[in-house]
Design a protein around this ligand. Structure first.
Ligand SMILES: [Zn+2]
Length: 168
């Protein structure tokens, strides 16, 4: 495992997820306070199961805010725009390709070859995946992840710690 993953990271992840983190490779993004917000997960879990979601959103505040966004029909609207806006569609496809490249760099798992996550490259099926990617990669890589992150900024954002409020 990556030496930058500490015992306290593991403890925070256990509390965030309500279980042991599986296949943990690295902490891909952190809250302003240092707590993990996104984990980088091995494309093959220790029990052998292929796992396509390279960047997994763990922060309960972020997960909850994104779930609310999914519930109001944001994905349908984004999906429709992918069909109408070639520049957006191309940027989304590039995000998909980058996701796959970064995953293959860890391990090439044939069962999920060419399959990324979240509906990429031409569908929008899970905003948690897209936000996880946007947080891990930084702005300008996953356009719909960036948009979703902007849309939840009033309730959750990575530069404003709400970890204590969530633990209570
Ligand atoms: Zn925090």
């Amino acid at each position: 495992m990556n030496p930058e993953v500490s015992a306290s990271d593991i403890a925070v992840l256990r509390a965030q997820l309500g279980r042991e983190p599986r296949g943990l490779v690295a902490i891909a993004a952190r809250c302003a306070c240092g707590n993990p917000t996104v984990v980088k997960t091995s494309p093959r879990l220790p029990d052998g199961t292929p796992f396509p979601t390279l960047y997994y959103l763990t922060h309960p505040g972020a997960v909850g805010a994104v779930s609310t966004l999914e519930a109001v029909g944001t994905m349908r609207e984004m999906q429709a725009r992918l069909g109408e806006d070639p520049a957006l569609a191309a940027a989304y496809r590039a995000a998909h390709e980058r996701y796959l490249e970064e995953r293959v760099a860890i391990e090439d798992v044939p069962e999920i070859s060419g399959i990324s996550a979240g509906g990429m490259p031409d569908r929008v099926k899970c905003l948690h995946v897209l936000v996880g990617h946007a947080l891990a990669a930084g702005p300008g890589v996953n356009p719909l992840g960036d948009e979703a992150l902007a849309l939840i900024a009033e309730s959750w954002r990575p530069d404003r710690c709400t970890c204590a409020a969530i633990e209570e």
